[in-house]
Design a protein around this ligand. Structure first.
Ligand code: DP6
Length: 351
């Protein structure tokens, strides 16, 4: 008896131009294109191993050490698509073992809190789909495979690529052109870094899927966002990445986070993802940029209160001097900036 196995890791991606709204719920087709930055595998990631054998007569999943149901329609859609691609291979080459008929055993582990607005479903579905595509030795490109991950969770399609990634919304009804593409590899602009300020690791109040349904159905602002704001911003943001223009990239990122949260507030009943600490972080980042007289940091928030702050590596000390001073005292950290300099910041910030 043979056992076939494959393992992969998939990183978290954080959108700088947000996906919020579906035009087709089953296929996860979005109402706008989006852009994200994929974080390093060393930080936040899902590790997934899959095994299949003729002895396995059903599909099983263990998530973070606990057996979970594989019954969700989304997961079933992904498994169905992957099996059907494998079956096509088996039908065209009789030497291939017919493993598409066997059960799959899937073991998956996150190294960060699940469902706390840290894009766990993105890394989770991306790792699931890539691990099975590897197991099945599928020849399709990552963009093609991203369409399957998209059916699991929309944002998952972007985690198949590293670096800077666009999810092109497409216009076909069957979703055949709604896929992730690389805008630029990580090496193109490797000195961008992200820090996550975990405001709360609790499960989010309103899951993204139901939150976006409410917004699509009730928000007037949302119509303006998808028709007028995002199409233009999508092109501008891609350009800012290609040209490595951090001030522009940062401004577009912050504006898009605010626009997304504004449509949440404009939903009926309203959806609140930001809390008072999140709002304090927003004010702080603007105050830091004002204090230094240049845009050195950009915040963005997903469907939760936790902040992701993008900055250039050379500005790390400038940024952290202030963050650590206000939020925490960190052992062993010494700032390049004097207490007097930072004291001035404190006074300005408090005012
Ligand atoms: C705010 O991809 O989690 O993080 O497709 O319903 O699974 P589903 O939603 P999901 O939504 C992500 C929303 C977001 C923005 C983004 O990542 O683009």
């Amino acid at each position: 008896m043979s056992i076939y196995t494959a393992t992969t890791t998939a990183p978290v991606n954080i959108a700088t131009l947000k996906y919020w709204g579906k035009r087709d719920k089953t296929l996860n087709l979005p109402t706008n294109s989006s852009i994200s930055v994929t974080l390093s595998q060393d930080d936040l990631r899902t590790l997934t191993s899959v095994a299949t054998s003729e002895k396995f007569n059903e599909d099983k999943l263990w998530l973070n050490g606990k057996e979970e149901s594989l019954g969700s329609e989304r997961t079933q859609n992904c498994l169905k698509d992957l099996r059907s691609l494998r079956k096509q291979l088996e039908d065209s080459d009789s030497n291939l073992p017919k493993i598409s008929e066997f059960g799959l055993h899937i073991v998956s582990e996150n190294n960060f809190p699940t469902a706390a607005g840290l894009a766990s479903s993105a890394a989770g579905f991306s790792a699931l789909v890539v691990a099975i595509a590897k197991l099945y030795k599928l020849p399709q490109s990552f963009s093609e495979i991203s369409k399957i991950a998209r059916k699991g969770s929309g944002s998952a399609c972007r985690s198949l690529f590293g670096g800077y990634v666009a999810w092109e919304m497409g216009s076909e009804e069957d979703g055949s052109d709604s896929k992730a593409v690389e805008v630029a590899p990580v090496e193109h602009w490797s000195n961008i870094k992200a820090v996550i300020l975990v405001v709360s690791a609790d499960k989010k109040d309103t899951p993204s899927t139901s939150g976006m349904q409410t917004t699509v159905a009730t928000s007037d602002l949302f119509q303006w966002r998808i028709k007028e704001v995002v199409p233009k911003r999508f092109e501008e943001m891609k350009k800012s990445i290609i040209e490595k223009n951090f001030p522009l990239f940062a401004e577009l990122t912050m504006k898009d986070s605010n626009s997304f949260h504004a449509t949440c507030l404009d939903s009926y009943p309203p959806i609140f993802y930001l809390n008072d600490t999140s709002k304090k972080i927003i004010k702080l980042v603007h105050a830091i940029n004002d204090f230094y007289g240049e845009t050195i940091a950009a915040y963005t928030f997903d469907a939760g209160p936790n902040a992701v702050i993008y900055y250039l590596e050379e500005n790390e000390s400038k940024l952290f001097s202030i963050i650590y001073k206000l939020f925490n005292k960190v052992e062993g950290w010494s700032s390049k900036y004097s207490s007097e300099q930072l004291g001035e910041f404190n006074q300005e910030f408090e005012n």
